[in-house]
Design a protein around this ligand. Structure first.
Ligand SMILES: O=C(O)CCC(=O)C(=O)O
Length: 266
């Protein structure tokens, strides 16, 4: 399954249309602002599509790749990867996620988003310490669960996850919210990420095919990848929809046509 997913992603990247705002030449401060606005628009509308997010400096000032295309992406997300192209059936059938969710007592889990994360060799960027509920906020808290499946060995050298044990029980310190319609930037933060003691993080290396379950409030991070190996991962987030309010201020919003799909097939 891991290899199938990797092959499928190789095809998608081969055929990808690079988003225009990545290709455009940006030379002035104003151009730079346009690029940032393009990035923000692209992100906030990515909830129901396949969108491509690149590592830093993978385009030159003419918009041409400076690295092989297959090694340029940071991640692909956040919607269509689970709504179609077979990955939804991977989530529902293959990754044992239905069985795990049932064992955890989830009554009506829905799939919020999914991401294929590359952590490219040598250039894979770090993911700074955060809690997923900062971006995927519910009332009450404690209803979001990440499934993070290693499609290759994830090691301390190539950027495995690190966690602060016990940090899931201290609430959240920051939320990403949509700003009022017609204003820019499109999202903002309320509150601030706490300063975390680096020494408190514990590494969680896993073998290819291993799954890590991420509590929505646990503080986690991953380091940059300076090794020669990639660290591909398929990650998706579930929400227990029973008696849960999805915040209308979240960046990611379901619509009537595209509600969050249920995890359970029967
Ligand atoms: O894969 C990574 O490096 C980070 C993933 C992550 O933070 C998440 O899935 O919540």
């Amino acid at each position: 399954e891991c290899d199938e997913l990797r092959q499928r992603m190789t095809q998608i990247v081969d055929r990808m249309d690079v988003p225009r705002h990545c290709r455009t030449t940006f030379s002035t401060y104003h151009d730079q602002q346009l690029r940032e606005q393009g990035n923000a628009d692209y992100f906030i509308t990515s909830g129901d599509k396949i969108c491509f997010f690149f590592e830093k400096d993978v385009f030159d000032d003419k918009g041409e790749f400076t690295v092989p295309k297959q090694q340029s992406l940071n991640k692909v997300g956040h919607g269509e990867t689970h709504r179609s192209f077979c990955l939804r059936s991977h989530i529902q059938k293959c990754f044992l996620s239905q069985g795990i969710a049932r064992k955890l007592g989830l009554v009506n889990p829905v799939i919020l988003q999914s991401m294929y994360i590359f952590k490219q060799p040598r250039i894979g960027g770090e993911v700074t310490p955060h809690q997923d509920a900062t971006f995927l906020h519910t009332e009450p808290l404690g209803r979001v669960l990440g499934f993070w499946v290693a499609l290759e060995d994830a090691t301390v050298n190539n950027g495995c996850l690190w966690f602060i044990p016990g940090s899931h029980s201290s609430g959240i310190s920051r939320r990403m919210v949509r700003t009022p319609k017609g204003t820019y930037p499109l999202t903002d933060f309320v509150g601030r990420e706490r300063a975390y003691d680096k020494e408190k993080f514990v590494a969680a290396p896993v073998k290819k095919g291993g799954a890590v379950l991420i509590h929505g409030e646990v503080v986690h991070r991953s380091a940059e990848n300076t090794s020669e190996d990639s660290r591909h991962v398929y990650a998706f987030h579930l929400m227990e929809a029973l008696d849960t309010r999805w915040s209308p201020e979240n960046w990611l919003q379901p619509t009537e046509e595209l509600p969050f799909p249920p995890l359970y097939t029967k």
